[in-house]
Design a protein. Structure first.
Length: 304
């Protein structure tokens, strides 16, 4: 009896292990990120190369699930293995909200890279960060989705200094910066910070909402300031909020930077994991005029 029970247990464990392996294999191959549709008859290739073996040919309007895109090739799942379709043969499927968001940039000449940081409600402190880039005249998703956080008091359309909120709107990026060495492969300008670098949020100062380098005692020169070389600013980028013109009291020091954690919001900036910040900085190209759009889908409807 004991032998029969042991044999049954072993058989059960073997079946469970096999099923787990199958599930893991399916997850790695079929982890759907978004949908694509054939613009014309298109070949599925074994590798991301036109010279690679053709595995299947799909007809126009066929919809497929894609797990991502590398260069000019989308990765799909074919016969439980990764396969590839050329970007020129397909278009991506976007939600109504995504279409509305991306349409705003059709009016902004030369903006071919977009970072969206969108939340579910104005009081929410968590956001989803998604990137889009214009390739071959069409918007395409770029990096994989990222989780992020914003101001501890959510979003606002009327930001004030010290309110702990993140400003709704569309903004360009200023310089990238960090206390660490510039990451290899970055195209953006990068400013390495020192102990003498400060961002001024003193509303009474002519330096309000500006980066200043000063070797004296900052507490004597300004009533309020941020040190630019602390741990959350190992890597980051300036978000050009309230910079042209600068209006005193409307908010200052809005950056993209490293978070303290997924449950720890900021004082008004947008933050995400360090690996994500580095990926974003490497992806952004000043020639493509990268912009960030921040808010909820509803709050962004009135943003031009």
């Amino acid at each position: 009896m004991k032998r029969l029970m042991m044999a049954a247990l072993i058989a059960f464990l073997i079946i469970q292990t096999t099923n787990l392996a199958k599930a893991e294999s399916k997850t790695s191959c079929e982890s759907t990120q978004f949908k694509i549709v054939m613009k014309s008859e298109a070949d599925v290739k074994e590798k991301a190369s036109a010279a690679s073996k053709t595995l299947k040919t799909y007809k126009k309007n066929k919809e497929l699930s894609a797990s991502g895109r590398t260069g000019n090739w989308y990765e799909i799942c074919h016969a439980n293995k990764a396969a590839y379709i050329n970007m020129a043969d397909v278009k991506e499927v976007f939600s109504t909200d995504e279409k509305a968001l991306l349409k705003k940039f059709d009016r902004r000449k030369g903006v071919n890279q977009v970072v969206s940081a969108t939340g579910k409600s104005m009081s929410d402190t968590k956001v989803t960060i998604q990137t889009y880039e214009k390739k071959q005249g069409e918007w395409r998703r770029a990096l994989k989705k990222m989780e992020g956080v914003i101001g501890k008091n959510g979003f606002t359309k009327s930001k004030k200094e010290g309110d702990g909120k993140s400003p709704v709107g569309i903004y360009s990026f200023g310089t990238a910066f960090g206390s660490e060495t510039k990451p290899a492969g970055m195209k953006m300008g990068y400013k390495k910070t020192t102990k003498y670098d400060y961002w001024i949020d003193d509303q009474t100062s002519k330096d309000y909402n500006k980066w200043k380098t000063y070797k004296g005692n900052p507490a004597v020169k300004w009533k309020s300031f941020e040190r630019m070389n602390h741990e959350l600013y190992r890597y980051g980028a300036v978000i050009n909020y309230n910079t042209d013109p600068i209006i005193k009291g409307k908010g200052s020091a809005i950056f993209l930077h490293i978070w303290r954690g997924e449950t720890k919001p900021t004082a008004g900036c947008t933050a995400t994991a360090e690996r994500n910040v580095i990926s974003l900085l490497k992806w952004m190209d000043p020639v493509q005029k990268p912009h960030i759009v921040m808010g909820t889908n509803d709050s962004l409807k009135s943003v031009k």
